[in-house]
Design a protein around this ligand. Structure first.
Ligand code: ATP
Ligand code: MG
Length: 559
């Protein structure tokens, strides 16, 4: 049990239940519908459900809520399992709501026999008209008082496939004047002649969410069934059905959905981005999906720490994407290997460095850890690639990198002074000329020179190349689905910037091969951010994704 942290409100409920001896152990479940990939909002629910049973004695089931045959696919089932396992959680049992179809059907028959459910011939439109409004009661269906025998016969025939989609439904017989509109004779079963991803053509009647979820919870003896706030009005029905069916009394608790700014967290909307090719797939590194974040370079612990920090709430609220980045930076600062890469190159010639001379300099892999995680060799020579932005023809006062007459340190190497530069016919600077100071070598500097700036570089002769993909917020507004018009109108056109040819230090050329041995290896390109190897890489063509910049560049812009 966690001593150092106060409990969240659901943990408090569980703790009290255990203290009062209501349960020997607690059982929770994570119940995704396999109609898309999991996103960062789901991560919050996963951490809550699995976190509860890690903290208190018990276990968590994974249950696929696959009662809608039309939208569900096996591909999503596999992706969901991979993502939960990657986050570091183990489920006790894997279930499918569709495994319970026979039991659920028997439950429905039981309700009919008790006079608590009836077959209705009204269409969806007619049903909607009858429902009433929050202030006006609904109207009883003319089919409400069918006999038990007639209902049993009709329900059997619904199942046998005698009727067309939408022609009949099974409804609970509760109260058409109930203050909670969900209790006004809700639909329990509908006809859908569709192939199901697991049960195939066995069924043409499928239970509604409300007649599957709580019943599945009860079948599995789930003690605490945690869901999001939109299910608050469903709680009455959840309890009513459990009571009337006399099954295990699972209890429903609700917490607020977690939404992150500058993105959308709805599978339906994410699916549109995929289908309409706004992104390359569910795992596009700009997607807020677990698989997108993984490909972007996020670690499981950064996501778990993020979920832990935002905790759970009773009211909907928007979380800053920057907070997610904060946790990945915190993680990668401790673990990533430092390397040099020049993304927007300009050539520097060190005029007093002998032609043909080469040196192997050394640089630590990670100064943040003891022993620095070892070192690598970095070749140095007369011609280097440096970052274009590190030179200014007319630098302002506090510019600490290079400009005519300015001095700066080359990381792990020497101090240089800029003497001159060369322009092309259009007036663009294409080369800068420097002098280096041999006594200023890093680690053994006796030059007495003091400089404020340090720059990264790559030796021209030794440089390898890579494609580098830089990502930014997927949307230009904080809540794209709350803006006028279509949420896709707000996609950030600069959310992906591809640098086809960046220069990387030679050691990085092995990054792809090293993944086999060190699948978690991440890099900090000095001054440029945190990067990981993308799965599009081949032996000939390396691709890096920028996971995050080194500093938060957005907080100040957003204010
Ligand atoms: P979506 O709108 O993205 O499809 P959903 O709620 O329909 O979300 P499910 O697959 O039914 O997706 O969700 C599985 C579980 O995850 C549910 O218990 C749901 O309440 C929870 N969940 C989904 N989205 C969020 C979110 N943004 N924040 C917290 N929990 C969420
Ligand atoms: Mg859903």
């Amino acid at each position: 049990m966690s001593e150092e942290k106060s409990l969240n409100f659901i943990e408090e409920i569980v703790e009290a239940d255990l203290r009062e001896g209501k349960y020997d152990k607690i059982i929770t479940r994570f119940p995704p519908e396999p109609n898309g990939f999991l996103h960062i909002g789901h991560a919050s629910s996963i951490c809550l459900n699995f976190g509860l049973t890690e903290k208190f004695k018990g276990y968590t089931n994974l249950r696929f809520d696959d009662t809608n045959p039309v939208t569900e696919e096996t591909m999503y089932v596999d992706a969901i399992k991979k993502d939960i396992a990657w986050l570091g959680f183990r489920w006790e049992n894997e279930h499918f709501a569709s495994d319970y179809f026979d039991t659920l059907y028997a439950y429905a028959v039981k309700l009919i026999e008790k006079g608590l459910a009836y077959v209705d011939d009204l269409s969806a439109e007619e049903l909607a008209k009858q429902k009433g409004t929050p202030t006006e009661p609904g109207v009883n269906s003319p089919f409400r008082d069918r006999s038990v025998a007639e209902n049993l016969d009709l329900f059997e025939r619904m199942k046998a496939g005698e009727f067309a989609d939408g022609s009949h439904t099974l409804r609970a017989k509760i109260d058409m004047a109930h203050v909670n509109m969900i209790m006004r004779d809700p639909i329990l079963y509908r006809i859908k002649h569709a192939k199901h991803h697991r049960t195939g053509d066995k069924w043409c009647v499928y239970p509604m969410y409300d007649f599957a979820h709580g019943q599945s919870d009860a079948i599995e003896h789930v003690t605490h069934s945690v869901c999001t706030l939109e299910f608050v009005p469903h709680r009455d029905l959840y309890n009513w059905l459990i009571e009337k069916l006399e099954i295990y009394p699972s209890k429903q608790y609700e917490f607020a959905r977690r939404n992150v700014n500058f993105t959308v967290t709805s599978k339906r909307k994410l699916l549109q981005l995929v289908n309409e090719k706004f992104v390359s797939g569910w795992d596009d590194p700009r997607m807020p999906t677990i698989s997108g974040l993984r490909r972007r370079g996020f670690t499981p612990s950064s996501i778990r720490n993020f979920c832990e920090r935002i905790g759970i709430a009773k009211r909907d609220n928007l979380i800053e994407y920057s907070l997610l980045e904060f946790f990945i930076r915190e993680d990668l600062n401790k673990t990533s290997w430092r390397r040099m890469a020049v993304l927007d190159p300009i050539k520097m010639v060190i005029t007093n460095y002998p032609e043909g001379k080469e040196e192997l300099l050394r640089g630590e892999n990670n100064p943040e850890v003891e022993g620095h995680d070892g070192e690598r060799e970095i070749p140095f020579s007369r011609e280097l690639w440096i970052e274009r932005e590190d030179f200014m023809e007319n630098p302002p006062k506090k510019f600490f990198r290079l400009g005519p007459g300015l001095m700066s340190r080359l990381k792990h190497a020497y101090i240089v002074r800029c003497d001159d530069f060369v322009k092309d016919a259009e007036g663009n600077v294409i080369e800068i000329h420097c002098t280096y100071f041999p006594e200023s070598k890093s680690g053994e500097d006796t030059s007495g020179l003091k400089v404020k700036g340090t720059m990264h570089w790559v030796s021209v002769k030794h440089a390898k190349t890579a494609e580098v993909r830089l990502y930014d917020r997927l949307f230009t507004v904080e809540e794209p689905d709350r803006e006028e018009g279509d949420f896709k109108d707000y996609i950030n056109p600069e959310s992906l910037v591809v640098i086809k040819k960046a220069y990387i230090e030679p050691d990085l050329a092995n990054a792809q091969k090293q993944l086999a041995e060190h699948p978690d290896r991440r890099y900090q390109f000095i001054r440029k951010g945190y990067f990981c190897v993308d799965k599009d890489s081949t032996d000939e063509h390396l691709v890096f994704n920028r996971t995050a910049t080194l500093k938060d560049t957005w907080a100040k812009l957003v204010g």
